[in-house]
Design a protein around this ligand. Structure first.
Ligand code: HEC
Length: 159
């Protein structure tokens, strides 16, 4: 089997675009991402982001993020004057929690929110703000994105 798996976003997004952008303003993304998915360690079994803390996966996620998300959320997730929010702040309420078990539950809630946001996109009052990536990015690839974003987040941020 060819070890290089090509994830071509353009064609698939064109299909998604017809539904998601029919009444929206966001333009469909046109990008292609080529990566050696076999270089990724297998996703450990379990709920949520089971790649958490894996630096190799974070590096993969960074490359994928910069090709698929950066135009709205910023290169390397540095978001300034862009339509998408700063995604490194997603866990800001979880990080200061001292109790490890409660903190893990907080992160698990955010895992579910992240997966849902990326798979289904963001539509508000009929206007599409973010495309849906269901069928384009597998959960495995979505968790590489979250692992990258978590690696960018400060250990603790008061706010
Ligand atoms: C066309 C621009 C665009 C692209 C491309 C895009 N997003 Fe977004 N995203 C947005 C906007 C705008 C919002 C805020 C929408 C809202 O809250 O209604 C958002 C919200 C989100 C949220 C929810 C954040 C929160 O705090 O509420 C997540 C998670 C997210 N995006 C992840 C991603 C990821 C991962 C990618 C790449 C696979 C991506 N986005 C690609 C525009 C985009």
């Amino acid at each position: 089997m060819n070890p290089i798996i090509r994830v071509v976003l353009a064609g698939l997004l064109a299909l998604t675009a017809q539904a998601a952008f029919a009444h929206g303003t966001a333009e469909p993304a046109v990008a292609s991402f080529e990566a050696d998915v076999t270089s990724l360690p297998p996703l450990p079994p379990g709920e949520g982001n089971t790649y958490r803390g894996n630096a190799q996966v974070a590096a993969f996620g960074r490359a994928l993020f910069n090709q698929t998300c950066a135009r709205c959320h910023g290169v390397d997730a540095v978001s300034k004057n862009l339509p998408g929010p700063d995604l490194t702040r997603l866990d800001r309420a979880c990080r200061p929690i001292a109790d490890a078990e409660v903190r893990a539950r907080c992160m698990a809630d955010n895992d579910a929110f992240f997966l849902d946001s990326v798979q289904n996109g963001k539509v508000r009052v009929g206007v599409s703000h973010m495309p849906a990536w269901k069928g384009v990015l597998s959960p495995q690839l979505i968790w590489t994105l979250r692992t990258f974003l978590e690696s960018k987040a400060p250990a603790r941020r008061p706010d």
